[in-house]
Design a binder for this molecule. Structure first.
Ligand SMILES: Cc1cc2nc3c(=O)[nH]c(=O)nc-3n(C[C@H](O)[C@H](O)[C@H](O)COP(=O)(O)OP(=O)(O)OC[C@H]3O[C@@H](n4cnc5c(N)ncnc54)[C@H](O)[C@@H]3O)c2cc1C
Length: 450
């Protein structure tokens, strides 16, 4: 069944003859494409955006995904100099007292580096690697309007009527996924999570750098600071040696459930939410350019499945499992999906696509569900903090960093676990096989947080 392959480099993989159609060139889609290329398959990516643009602001990749970037020659090296590199993370109350200082060095030594930086800048590096170094075909301005599958192939229909088919389709279209409707057989409507995030990214020149009281954010190297208040938190970061500044403010909001990165809000909305917070916050707001991005956080209950009836279409990334930002895992789990499906397809071979797709879901499902949970827990700890009591136990504010989640290599795991997972799928089915991969360590996290 399994074929061996030269999958340790981005070049000259042994061809498997598997054609993979990928919908969406976000981090899920691009990772799947690059990893499929590394494993010897032939990916083609279709993306509705007409051009590559550096969209978004701060995004985080934890050690479990940074190791994926590190396997792509030259990519991590380009990401490193534009990444947030503070020695630690300061957690303060909204009145300005320091509650906890979390040092990163031990985690970095044991589990590897993180990459926190501008989504658009990272995205351009990865996109170019896919096209220029791997030679992957990416069709821009290609909006998918429908999916199809039968026993021997699957494909998509573009807005202009063109059909693109392959052995398997990966729907990596983000939170508004058409593929999800095909897989589930009904439209899965998002729910308001009850929270939204104001976001801003700007140059420090002529903004925060002009305020001598905010010198500490710029002169002492990269800074990463969170302020916690009642049902609100605010996180600021200085990057690139004081050149760029980013802040995000998560707050209660149940007005709208639009899932877009393009909504805007006036700064006055954030001022209202942050009224009475310490002077540093007010100064940052005074120096923030209009307008803010207003990102409404949606929630979806975990889907019953991520794979289609004929097992030739799989949802990956946000299309399968949107994350709350407090998990700091959405992009990392999207990348793990891409690395996993690429290994499964190689292990299965072109004649066993169905098994590859089922094994992908079984390998990923419980891990992703556990990772999603961590986002709700961190938010609740931060938003419902009793500052008086917590001062006696500053560790309680610590951003939980879990070995089962972060010290994980999706490619090695899929390679090691594939055969026994397929054995259980053959005997009992894919739902039963998911139970093989409930992460052991997750119980520590769940108990700690109640
Ligand atoms: C423009 C943009 C900006 C973002 N900015 C941030 C940010 O600043 N910080 C952060 O933490 N996260 C951001 N995100 C979300 C973050 O990138 C994802 O949560 C995470 O990386 C998982 O990625 P994904 O590939 O699953 O989904 P996404 O990143 O959402 O990518 C999905 C891709 O699919 C394309 N697509 C959708 N529908 C179709 C279709 N029918 N046909 C063809 N293509 C389609 C979209 O244009 C998009 O490029 C942003 C996402 C987008 C799209």
């Amino acid at each position: 069944m399994a074929t061996t392959n030269n999958h340790n480099s981005s070049s000259a993989p042994t061809p498997t003859g598997i054609r993979v159609v990928i919908v969406g060139a976000g981090f899920a889609g691009l990772t799947a494409a690059i990893e499929c290329h590394r494993q010897g398959h032939t990916p083609i990516v279709v993306e509705k955006f007409p051009a590559l643009k550096p969209l978004g602001d701060i995004i985080s990749f934890a050690p479990n995904s940074s190791r994926i970037f590190q396997r792509w020659p030259g990519v991590a090296e380009k990401m490193d100099p534009i990444s947030l590199r503070p020695p630690g993370f300061t957690i303060k109350s909204f009145k300005g007292d320091t509650l906890y200082y979390q040092v990163w060095s031990e985690e970095e030594t044991s589990w590897g580096v993180r990459f926190d930086g501008h989504r658009g800048e990272y995205h351009q590096i990865v996109f170019r690697h896919a096209v220029e170094d791997c030679g992957i075909e990416i069709k821009l301005g290609a909006q998918v309007v429908d999916y199809f599958e039968d026993d021997s192939e699957a494909g998509v229909v573009l807005e202009n009527g063109e059909k693109i088919s392959g052995d398997v389709v990966l729907a990596a279209e983000g939170v508004r996924s058409k593929g999800r409707t095909t897989v589930l057989g009904y439209e899965d409507a998002p729910k308001a999570s009850g929270y939204a995030v104001y976001r801003s990214w700007f140059s420090t020149k002529d903004t925060v750098a002009k305020d001598p009281e905010l010198d500490w954010l710029i002169k002492e190297g990269d800074q990463h600071v969170a302020w916690l208040g009642p049902d609100v938190h605010f996180i600021a970061a200085t990057l690139k040696g004081g050149q760029d500044f980013s802040w995000v403010c998560t707050h209660k909001d149940d007005k709208d459930i639009g899932e877009s990165w393009q909504w805007e809000a006036p700064l006055s909305d954030a001022r209202e939410v942050l009224k009475g917070w310490e002077p540093n916050i007010q100064r940052i707001l005074d120096r923030t350019p209009e307008p803010l991005i207003d990102w409404k956080l949606v929630y979806r209950d975990p889907l019953s499945t991520w794979i289609s009836p004929k097992r030739r279409i799989a949802l990956i990334g946000d299309a399968a499992h949107p994350f709350l930002p407090t998990s700091i895992q959405g992009a990392s789990q999207a990348m793990e999906d891409g690395a996993t499906i690429a290994v499964c397809l190689r292990k299965a071979g072109k004649q066993q696509i169905r098994e590859a797709v089922e094994a992908f879901e079984a390998l990923r499902y419980e891990r992703v569900k556990s990772a999603q949970k961590t986002g709700e827990q961190t938010r609740d700890i931060w938003h419902k903090a009793d500052f008086g009591a917590a001062k006696k136990d500053p560790e309680s504010f610590r951003l939980r960093r879990e070995e089962w989640l972060l010290n994980f290599d999706a490619e090695t795991f899929a390679d090691r676990e594939y055969d026994r997972t397929v054995d259980v799928i053959r005997e009992k089915g894919v739902v039963e096989a998911r139970a093989l991969h409930v992460p052991e360590g997750r119980y520590g996290y769940l108990e700690y947080n109640g």
